[in-house]
Ligand binder design. Sequence first.
Ligand code: SF4
Length: 330
Amino acid sequence: MTIASAAVDRPAVRADGTIRHDWSRAEIRALFELPFPELMFRAQSLHRAYFDPTEVQISTLLSIKTGGCPEDCAYCPQSVHHETGVKAEKLMSLEAVLTEARAARDAGASRFCMGAAWREPKERDLDKVCAMVEGVHALGLETCATLGMLTGEQAARLKAAGLDYYNHNLDTSPEFYGEIISTRTYQERLDTLGHVRDAGINVCCGGIVGMGEAREDRVGMIAALANLPVHPESVPINMLVQVEGTPLAGGARLDSLEFVRTIAIARITMPRSVVRLSAGREDMSEETQALCFLAGANSIFYGPKLLTTPNPGCDRDMQLLDKLGMQPMR
Ligand code: SF4
């Protein structure tokens, strides 16, 4: 078959059932170049080997500390470096967080993610977040947090409090990274991921596309994720939400089929991971979202807001899942 070059013929799963962590860029590039129907077929075949393709894991994300972040991530409205009108707020109270968590659980979420706009948590803040993790865990929800960089000791404390997942994204390829963030290095991100993994917390790690990167950077991002020593249990693939006042506002938008391709290649290279169709759904048609599910996405964020940017309301999501004959993963 002419379309299946040698570069895409090494299967993602070895004959003994182990998953590969040795993807070359040439292999990933060749996947991006496959005819769309062939790529989708490969992604769907692997998806069905490990998951029920009708199920979608549902997470809710709450910003527990909004704005005023000293980092300079070019996509982020919460950075103090950009004039976006997002006001810096204090860390939410334990009571307020638990009220939101109860509402999320009652609306059908199985995981509750708490995000704080910090470079890294201070010790006194970590005490408060640990109490939140304990409280959310006691409600019967899976817990997830994204708090910036962590030391090994901080990761161990969060694990002891009952944290199930920690989100820390690689964002993009190592080469393009410097165009997006200057206040922390790619290696610092990898170090935090190592501390989270060592503490026994599940890793949630993905990236953002549509930031003006080249396809080769999407190749590099997938290679960085798929070659981590252990694949992240959860891989969020975000489509940039352009926010006025950030340096990335007004840039060219990524073609939605290229986004679907990126999802499919995340699915193929990390077949046992949950791939999350993450930010950017508000501007996506139902048809594009359906293609993403066909490409192997099997998780969404649920709720009208994603930190500070809009997200489809719960009703709209339930209607879409209903139309597609899909249901929340239990
Ligand atoms: S993405 Fe996170 S670390 Fe970067 S500026 Fe926004 S809140 Fe801060």
